[in-house]
Design a protein around this ligand. Structure first.
Ligand SMILES: [Mg+2]
Length: 168
């Protein structure tokens, strides 16, 4: 059980937020492409356009020489309009934790999954999808504290999974 949880849900790194990730270091470690979640990662839940926080974070990623691609489970038109406000490529309806769309982006970009890193706030979607696709993963703390009941329930499960997979 513990091995299964670690294999599927242990992120390579945990960070406070996308504003505190060392993108230069990721680049030096061989990462070429970042796959980014929208809700509660780049944006406060439900945003249709990017705020200063997201613009600054995307700027830091690009300055480090990383390619950026937004990969969201949100509806396509919303993912598209959000990504357009940042001037980056995107795919909505990604069906994370399915690894399918992550892998198709890797192959479109002609990149080995080990040179790709998924950044997101949910273990049960973003990190699981990353682990299944074989890409690196960074879990960030959710941007907003106000979340629907079903998401708060998922947070409890996520905390438990992290606790078990970290225990020795
Ligand atoms: Mg999210």
């Amino acid at each position: 059980m513990k091995n299964w949880l670690t294999k599927n849900f242990q992120p390579d790194m945990i960070s406070e937020g996308v504003d505190s990730i060392d993108f230069e270091r990721l680049k030096a470690e061989g990462i070429k492409l970042l796959l980014l979640d929208i809700d509660n990662t780049l944006a406060v839940h439900g945003s249709h356009s990017a705020d200063d926080y997201a613009h600054a974070a995307i700027g830091n990623m690009k300055d480090a020489g990383l390619d950026v691609f937004i990969l969201s489970n949100a509806k396509r038109h919303r993912a598209r309009s959000y990504a357009d406000s940042l001037g980056v490529e995107s795919e909505g309806m990604a069906y994370k934790p399915s690894p399918k769309v992550l892998l198709s982006v890797c192959s479109q970009k002609n990149l080995d999954p080990v040179s790709v890193c998924m950044i997101g706030d949910q273990l049960l979607t973003d990190i699981w999808a990353a682990r299944r696709a074989g890409v690196k993963s960074i879990l960030v703390n959710p941007r907003s504290a106000h979340e629907d009941l079903h998401i708060r329930f998922k947070r409890m499960i996520e905390k438990l999974i992290l606790k078990i997979s970290k225990s020795s």
